[in-house]
Design a protein around this ligand. Structure first.
Ligand SMILES: [Zn+2]
Length: 270
């Protein structure tokens, strides 16, 4: 007996949804990743190169070295975490890069595949190496948890009628680029800020604390950083990072509550 066509359709949809379902490391949340890495990463690498070409990379040797050192340490921590859990294959197409860009913007982000940018404008807020590890750990966590992919999938569904990324890129390149920038925290260039959801923020905080701790940075420094953010001290420029990353009392309280859980990673690292 042949099954009706409708059933085959339903079966296929279920198959697609099951295969598109991934698990976020550390928190174990199930998420829908509609855009495959094979599409996501080449676009990420291209956008990253274009961004670097159109922005001034800092020539402050000491600060550049600091950003690269913190980045490398967190990268190693992430890799260690993934090796221990037999998940290294998830990082195989990563091409890590850490750059400091000359800009008064209080901002930092990480695109898929480990492409990180820190703006010089956020350095007065991060204050020292551990403070920088809080920000970079948090941004790398967004990328590891594929939050941009989720945001991009949502944007494609809501604003472009469920188009596939490759189709959207071919048919509406400029709109797709704007959507991409907003999904990864670079929206201020286009005037479209897209704050991360509370779920994504607490998840990135949690993963970020774990990674910074494995990297050998005391995770309790995160409290001080977010307190400085809440007071808005350090920069005169429009705080992009603030509008996408609200530093509320609730956030600081949640981070404080996570410290005992992530401390063993830090102790082990020493
Ligand atoms: Zn965030």
């Amino acid at each position: 007996m042949k099954p009706p066509k409708r059933w085959i359709g339903i079966f296929l949809i279920i198959l697609i949804l099951v295969s598109a379902c991934s698990t976020v490391p550390v928190t174990g949340r199930k998420q829908l990743r509609l855009i495959p890495s094979s599409t996501m990463l080449p676009m990420s690498f291209q956008q990253y190169d274009e961004f670097l070409k159109s922005h001034k990379i800092s020539t402050n040797k000491e600060q550049v070295r600091l950003v690269k050192r913190v980045g490398n340490r967190i990268q190693k921590a992430v890799e260690e975490y993934f090796v221990e859990r037999d998940m290294s294959y998830q990082l195989k197409d990563y091409a890590w890069e850490f750059n400091l860009v000359e800009s008064p913007e209080v901002n930092a982000w990480c695109m898929p595949g480990g492409k990180v940018v820190v703006y010089t404008g956020i350095l007065p807020m991060t204050k020292d190496e551990a403070g920088l590890a809080v920000v970079m750990g948090h941004e790398i966590a967004h990328a590891i948890a594929a939050h941009g992919n989720e945001r991009m999938s949502q944007g494609l569904a809501v604003q472009m009628g469920g188009m596939a990324l490759s189709t959207a890129l071919a048919e509406k390149p400029e709109k797709t680029r704007q959507l991409w920038m907003a999904a990864f925290g670079l929206g201020s260039q286009f005037g479209v800020m897209l704050p991360y959801s509370r779920l994504h923020e607490s998840e990135a905080d949690h993963l970020g604390l774990v990674f910074m701790a494995i990297a050998g940075y005391d995770p309790s420094h995160a409290i001080g950083f977010w307190q400085r953010m809440a007071q808005g001290k350090g920069g005169k420029a429009p705080p992009e990072f603030m509008s996408t990353h609200p530093a509320s009392e609730t956030r600081i309280r949640k981070i404080r509550a996570l410290i005992p859980e992530v401390m063993p990673y830090y102790k082990k690292s020493g």
